[in-house]
Design a protein around this ligand. Structure first.
Ligand code: GDP
Ligand code: MG
Length: 374
């Protein structure tokens, strides 16, 4: 039986900065153009989004008019700021009242540290599409980030458990939005190390450059094999460097998210069903296909002996166990990747029947009766 993990996500920032737009593009299949029709958000609009089957995000989209903002900080202070996992604070880069916006941000972070000191803060500086032509080096963005970081450091200085702060430039008109939201979701997934270990196992099975897991609805990239999804190229593993990952487009995950989502929308319009993608060229084999009810997997193999048919066969063998890993509760079968991960990480909670009984074979043991796997 799976138990849902509920995480509260606050979406705050001045009215018109783009909070409801980004929520609608990511979670409700709106196009950027559709968001022009959105009305102003009145007070707090709560919605629950289920990801990967058992992670439920409680999104609190907080209307940004001055009167609401004052309420959140006074009468509703404990209701709004208690039990928060993540605060996503959206700034509008075109705002003419930056000082005032920063002041509101400060008040919000003070309240957050009071009621949910460990919450992470994601600052999204939005509408970058409107300024990029005049400021190609993003000098203004860098300056704003610096001010936001300094302010947060000052507020959090006496709070030993204060969650980290990260800044992202975003626009609902391009893939930057997916990068920022992927980063948020990535930190909220329980047992992410376990998922990463399985992706790394599948990568090595296929001589692949990387294996990436996408959430099926939003198509946000959740995790990848090897080094963390948002790490700097200088932190890549040796094997990733050998297989050419350093040469891949740094924005590939968010580009794939955006392309697949808009292609899927086109398919819906023409009455077709999008089920995946596969191709082979120049020694590369690429497969993108559903992995479980809530995920898609992308395998990019650089071994010319590995054809897409083989990848698809292996993935079909792995489906049932991967579905269990996604629910991160009690597994019906144990697996050596799970067991090794647990030995190496104290953060993983996992429970497989018969795991402490050496006579019970692991799901991926050689000679395991294939019929028992399904
Ligand atoms: N150019 C541009 N417009 C945006 C962007 N994000 C939101 N908008 C527009 O800004 C307006 C206000 O957005 P809304 O989501 O209602 O703001 P909220 O008050 O923060 O929820 C809408 O007309 C959106 O189309 C962006 O990244 N770029
Ligand atoms: Mg709104």
């Amino acid at each position: 039986m799976s138990t849902a993990s509920r995480r509260k996500v606050l979406l705050m920032g001045k009215s018109g900065s783009g909070k409801t737009s980004m929520r609608s593009v990511i979670f409700s299949n709106y196009t950027a153009k559709d968001t022009r029709r959105l009305g102003a958000t009145i007070d707090v609009e709560q919605s629950a989004v289920r990801l990967l089957g058992s992670l439920v995000l409680n999104l609190w989209d907080c209307g940004g008019q001055d009167s609401f903002l004052d309420n959140y900080l006074s009468s509703q202070r404990d209701t709004v700021f208690s039990n928060v996992a993540v605060l996503i604070y959206v700034f509008d880069i075109t705002s003419t009242e930056w000082e005032k916006d920063l002041h509101y941000f400060e008040d919000n972070v003070i309240a957050l540290r009071e009621y949910s000191p460990e919450a992470g803060v994601w600052v999204l500086i939005n509408k970058m599409d409107l300024v990029d032509k005049d400021d190609p080096k993003r000098v203004q963005y860098a300056e704003y980030c610096e001010q936001v970081r300094a302010l947060n450091a000052r507020i959090s200085a006496d709070e030993p458990v204060a969650g980290s702060l990260r800044c992202f430039p975003t626009s609902i008109w391009d893939e930057s939005l997916y990068k920022a939201w992927s980063s948020v979701i990535h930190t909220l997934i329980p047992n992410i190390d376990l998922i990463t270990a399985h992706l790394t196992y599948l990568r090595d099975l296929h001589g692949a450059a990387e294996c990436v897991l996408f959430e099926a609805e939003t198509f946000l990239a959740m995790a990848k094999s090897g080094s963390p999804i948002d790490c700097d190229p200088s932190e890549f593993e040796e094997l990733e460097v050998d297989r050419g990952v350093t040469r891949l487009d740094r924005q590939r995950f968010e580009k794939i998210s955006e392309i697949v989502k808009s292609f899927r929308k086109t398919c819906q319009r023409t009455g077709e069903l999008f089920t995946g993608f596969e191709t082979e060229f120049g020694g590369l084999s690429v497969v993108l296909e559903p992995m479980s009810k809530n995920t898609y997997i992308l395998v990019v193999s650089v071994d010319p002996r590995v054809h897409t048919g083989l990848i698809r066969y292996n993935l079909s063998e792995a489906h049932c166990h991967f579905a269990e890993v996604g629910t991160w509760s009690v597994f019906t079968r144990k697996c050596n990747v799970c067991r090794d991960s647990i030995k190496n990480s104290v953060d993983i909670t996992y429970n497989a029947k018969g795991d402490d009984d050496p006579s019970v074979r692991a799901w991926d043991d050689v000679n395991f009766d294939v019929k028992q796997r399904t």
